[in-house]
Structure formats: C-alpha cells, structure tokens
Write a protein that binds this ligand. Sequence first.
Ligand SMILES: Nc1ncnc2c1ncn2[C@@H]1O[C@H](COP(=O)(O)OP(=O)(O)OP(=O)(O)O)[C@@H](O)[C@H]1O
Length: 232
Amino acid sequence: MITMTNVTKTYKTGDVETYALKDVNLTIEEGEFVVILGPSGSGKSTLLNVISGLDTVTSGEIIFRGETLTNLDEDEMTAFRRKHLGFIFQQYNLLQNLNVYENIQIGSDIGTAPLDIADLLEKVGLEKARDKYPSQLSGGEQQRVSIVRSLAKNPDIIFCDEPTGSLDEENSKKILQLLQNLNEDYNKTVIVITHNLGIAEMADKVIKMNSGQIKEVTLNKVKKNAQDISWG
Ligand SMILES: Nc1ncnc2c1ncn2[C@@H]1O[C@H](COP(=O)(O)OP(=O)(O)OP(=O)(O)O)[C@@H](O)[C@H]1O
C-alpha cells in the first residue's frame, strides 16, 4: 500500500544539518496495524509527516497504491490527504461551541463516502452524548469524539501520534479497542506512534527507530486483543 524507498529528510539549522530520516526503506501493507517505537528524537513524527505529506522529503520516493506521492505538488497532496488519511493526535481540538454530533459532522463532510455518525457513536459508547458539548465530557470521552471525527470521513489510513497520551489504562484501552475494531472490521490501515511498548503487542508489524533509521522490523505471529496488552 505504501512503499518508501531511500527516504532521507534533513533539517538545516544554521550550519548544522540534522538527519531526521536517513535512508529509510519501508513497506506497509493494506489493512496492516503498524506500531512505530523509538526514543524521543528518533524520527517517528518525521516519518509520519513525510508519509502524510505534511512535510517534504529531502530525497527518496514514497508510493501509495501506485501513485508517487513525492511527485505531487502541495494542492495535490492536500487533496490526497483529505481523501485518504485520518489523523488522531493527543490534543482533541474539538470546537467548544459545537456539540458532539456537529463536531463529528465537520469530519464527515470532507469525505466522499462518510461513515454513519450515529453508528460510530454507538461503537465508542457515546450514543447518549450526541447533543452534549465538549466541556460536559471527560478527557477520555473528548478523545473518543475526536477519534470518531477523524474516522467519519472513512479514511483508508489512520495515523495516530501517541493516541492514548495522558489517558489512564481503562480509557486508553477503550481507544485502542476502537482502533483495533476499525482495523479488523473495516480493514483500515492503522499506523500508531507510541512510547508505550504494550501497544506493540496489538500490531501486525512493529518498527523500531533510532537516529532517523529503522533499526528493526518485527512481524507478530500472534496479536493481542487491546484489552489484554501489558500496561505500565
Ligand atoms: N522543524 C525541524 N527543524 C529542525 N530539526 C527538526 C525539526 N523537526 C524535527 N527535527 C529533528 O529531527 C529529529 C527527529 O525528530 P522527530 O520529531 O521526528 O522525532 P520523534 O521520534 O518523533 O520524537 P518524539 O518522540 O520526541 O516526538 C530530531 O533530532 C529533531 O530535533
């Protein structure tokens, strides 16, 4: 689905050149659950940013379903992102003056074949919260709304940067369960960046990064259910 070939990304600050990515080669299959691990500064966010076109590569090639993303101009890349990608970040970024349903509608309006909002709300146990405002919800609930918003447009790939961040185990596992269901029931490709080693137990493919390079790629023969992964 995604192939990265010899991808390098450097940042120049004054005379100093930093390799955020150094000659990265990687394949991500359709419907795969991928977890990217690595210490702070190892290049995880940069990897996500170049795949999603939020940042350009210095050299190398990225191909998505036969289309060379690294040849697209900014407008084409924005269109690609809107059509195919969903993002889940630590910050919820919900609009405070819109209720749950309306917040999610912002996401589904972008999609050409959006998923049913009521259906998604039921999947995350928030069917009763559709008319509530963000300030009336807990942090975990807000996170679930923000996740539903990014999923409502029906993206092919879901990118998650520390999706469970500051949430406790129970709320984190609810979110991970949702990601697992989307991966399994809707065949969505899920790519999660995390420091939490337990999440790697849910993955098909675990990528370990260090100093801008992929140091190890492991395929899990057995995947754990979100509820059963190790924690803390
Ligand atoms: N805009 C930028 N300008 C200069 N250097 C940058 C920039 N963005 C990232 N870097 C550098 O590139 C390297 C990789 O950064 P990146 O954010 O990808 O790491 P990360 O693994 O996601 O870290 P974290 O886990 O802390 O989020 C780091 O050395 C970082 O300082």
